[in-house]
Design a protein around this ligand. Structure first.
Ligand SMILES: [Zn+2]
Ligand SMILES: [Zn+2]
Length: 189
């Protein structure tokens, strides 16, 4: 069976990576491996926006995807964008094999509040399940408690839980069972 590979893009706190490793294994049931850390994504930097292009980072990750990777999942501290939005918490290829999240706006410090490691860990788990869920074909869920519901703000992230709703969970398990090599990937935040 293939593995889901986690990749730190730039410097990322090891405690965050370890926690995601455990949660990804629990939710998706794949063996979870680590890639070598990716360097700072200077190639994706947009100086006008002072942000990093999530789509460019995804493409770079796909180039370096290990042969036995079901999916490669990037975690970065850099603030990410796509052209039509001021920022994104993450980006994934729907039914594809790459996704990335940014921790930048999941930190309380971003909102001028005291750091809260437990909250950061929980938010990063929700956004990881969300973006990896897209790579397994899950779409946005109407259940506001479900991690597959769309978050445009940190309040939305905090309203969600860490557990997939019954429906998303069912679809995920069917997809994992049916999944085979050919992917027709499109990008979705
Ligand atoms: Zn759901
Ligand atoms: Zn989404």
């Amino acid at each position: 069976m293939n593995a889901i590979y986690l990749a730190a893009i730039g410097n990322v706190d090891e405690r965050i990576m370890k926690n995601l490793e455990t949660n990804v294994w629990q939710v998706f049931g794949f063996d979870v491996q680590r890639t070598f850390p990716f360097s700072d994504p200077a190639y994706a930097f947009n100086p006008e926006r002072n942000q990093y292009s999530s789509a460019v980072i995804l493409r770079e990750m796909l180039k370096q995807k290990p042969a036995d990777a079901e999916c490669i999942f990037g975690v970065t501290n850099y603030d990410l964008f796509i052209p039509m939005l001021s920022f994104v918490f993450g980006l994934a290829q729907v039914s594809g094999s790459a996704a990335v999240i940014s921790l930048a706006r999941l930190r309380q410090e971003y909102y001028h509040l005291p750091a809260n490691d437990a909250l950061l860990r929980s938010r990063s788990v929700k956004e990881t399940i969300h973006e990896l869920g897209h790579t397994f074909g899950l779409t946005h869920c109407a259940d506001t408690q479900c991690p597959m519901s769309l978050s445009n703000t940190i309040q939305h992230v905090d309203r969600k839980g860490e557990d997939l709703c019954k429906n998303c969970s069912l679809i995920l398990h069917e997809t994992i069972q049916q999944r085979h090599g050919a992917h027709n990937a499109v990008e979705k935040l």
